[in-house]
Design a binder for this molecule. Structure first.
Ligand code: SAH
Ligand code: F3S
Length: 475
């Protein structure tokens, strides 16, 4: 029988009989970038079992949905998708196996199998290596579940299979889990304790991407600034590290420096930064390397000290502002975006005004803004009252969104007439004659194609803008 090679890594060649390679998997991802990155790890694990990915759900032997639990609405979206899968299963694909991955799997565990009869497999973020075994269990007529969280798993040795990729930008995960315990957040419960990935394996993945023609990576973690490798990666166990291990440990600034120095042709982004863990060293490292993008996503959540304390964010308004000031001092043009939650437990009008005034001070380039959504088991759910009325949450959210739209437009207008280096990512959705790319500050730019190719850098002069996009021409 003819053998085909599907993956080669560190001298290891994996071959499969080609009758095994007709199996199709369909993977859909919701939520944060980490979930999209995890789906690529899952695709790689299943490729070794002979599965290739398809966009047609009707022909998939296995349908996987990588889920998000961060807000109630995210979970509702997934429940609706499960209903849709059910209709496909009944009408067009009776044998299909349905698996739920990610945060909802971890949060609801076996309840999910009871609540959603269609679901065959429930697998949490640290158990994806077990998927082949779980699939076999389902083929044997059982329901299968693994939601064990780990202190070590980083999938460092797995070569992700890039899904829906433009061939230019890729995600590379560097930490998993979160130890910060913000009182509103479900992530520490669904993604487990924080651990960092071996820097050598991160560099190796980046090198491989460059070899394949990728131009930009986004280093991912719930909290990248607390990256720490000391021979092991579990943050919780760092206290047991020897003096030698501590002396040789690599923090996030050193990791950035290591990758930026070793692969100068690679453009590097990272997300998400947490104000309580971000160091000035990180900002200085950004300034030092041309290939590290001058953009920081720095969620603030609230501008009120009282609320920040209740949220257990580990910084106050003054400290946040001082960090912003230092960033602007070291990198004056740095793009800055945020997350804000409105209507957290006991938030009053003064707290809300504090958030608005903080926004006025920072004038963010972009923002992700949400109404507080109570998540079970979190500290806020157990100890506080979700007592801000829905109408008030909505009104405050609208005020915050309106302000952000004004600030975004203001910042965009400042860029008119200037020239920026843009990495071409893809065709514009609106026109086949135009490309979209991003500046180092993470601003989207649309311009006419001319004779350029996706993946090239071009200099673009900005002529006009909307609050979300710059429009210009190649010079
Ligand atoms: N550090 C993470 C944060 C994950 S959650 C990261 O990598 O982005 C992303 C954002 O969702 C948070 O910054 C917060 O603004 C919002 N969020 C988290 N829990 C929420 C909740 N219970 N209700 C509303 N928004 C929430
Ligand atoms: Fe969530 Fe706070 Fe961690 S928002 S992901 S607990 S930094």
């Amino acid at each position: 029988m003819k053998k085909i090679i599907i993956e080669k890594r560190q001298g290891e060649t994996l071959t499969l009989d080609n009758h095994q390679t007709n199996r199709k998997m369909y993977i859909e991802s919701y939520g944060c970038q980490m979930n999209f990155s995890d789906s690529e790890i899952v695709a790689s694990i299943l490729a070794k079992e002979g599965f290739s990915s398809t966009k047609k759900i009707e022909e998939a032997e296995i349908v996987l949905v990588n889920t998000c639990s961060i807000r109630e609405k995210a979970e509702q979206t997934v429940r609706k998708r499960l209903e849709y899968y059910n209709s496909i299963k009944k009408s067009k694909n009776k044998k299909m196996i349905v698996g739920v991955l990610g945060c909802m799997a971890e949060r609801l565990k076996k309840n999910l199998l009871e609540e959603e009869k269609l679901v065959d497999i429930v697998v949490g973020p640290d158990a994806y290596r077990d998927l082949p075994k779980l699939i076999t269990e389902v083929e044997d007529g059982k329901k299968a579940i693994n939601v064990i969280l780990s202190l070590e798993e980083t999938y460092a040795d797995i070569n992700p299979i890039r899904l829906n990729s433009n061939g230019v930008c890729a995600y590379v995960s560097i930490t998993r889990g979160c130890d910060n315990m913000c009182s509103f957040c479900v992530v520490p419960y669904t993604r487990g304790r924080e651990r960092s990935r071996d820097p050598k394996s991160i560099l190796e993945e980046c090198n491989k991407l460059v070899f394949e023609g990728y131009k930009e990576v986004t280093l991912l973690g719930q909290n990248v600034d607390s990256y720490l490798w000391y021979g092991g990666g579990a943050k919780k166990n760092y206290k047991n590290a020897t003096e030698e291990e501590r002396n040789q440990s690599i923090d996030f600034a050193s990791l950035l420096d290591f990758i930026a120095t070793n692969i100068p042709e690679l453009r590097i982004r990272f997300s998400t930064s947490n104000p309580q863990d971000m160091t000035i060293d990180v900002v200085k490292t950004m300034a030092k390397h041309k290939n590290i993008c001058k953009y920081i996503h720095l969620p603030v959540q609230s501008g009120s000290d009282r609320i920040l304390k209740l949220m257990n964010r580990g910084y106050n308004r003054k400290q946040y502002i001082s960090l912003i000031d230092k960033i602007k001092e070291i990198i004056p043009e740095c793009g800055i975006s945020m997350d804000i939650i409105t209507g957290f437990c006991s938030e009053n009008e003064k707290d809300h005004l504090d958030t608005l005034s903080l926004m006025d001070y920072v004038k963010y380039d972009y923002g992700y803004m949400f109404k507080y959504s109570e998540r079970s088991n979190t500290y806020a759910q157990r100890k506080m009252q979700d007592d801000v009325h829905e109408d008030i949450k909505q009104r405050r959210l609208s005020e915050i969104i309106n302000k952000q739209t004004k600030h975004s437009l203001y910042n965009m207008k400042e860029k008119i007439g200037k020239v920026y280096e843009v990495l071409i990512e893809k065709l514009s959705k609106k026109s086949n004659n135009h490309y979209v790319g991003r500046t180092t500050h993470n601003t989207a730019v649309v311009f006419e194609k001319e004779n350029k190719q996706i993946g090239e850098y071009v200099m673009v002069k900005i002529n006009r803008c909307t609050s979300a996009t710059l429009i210009g021409e190649i010079i």
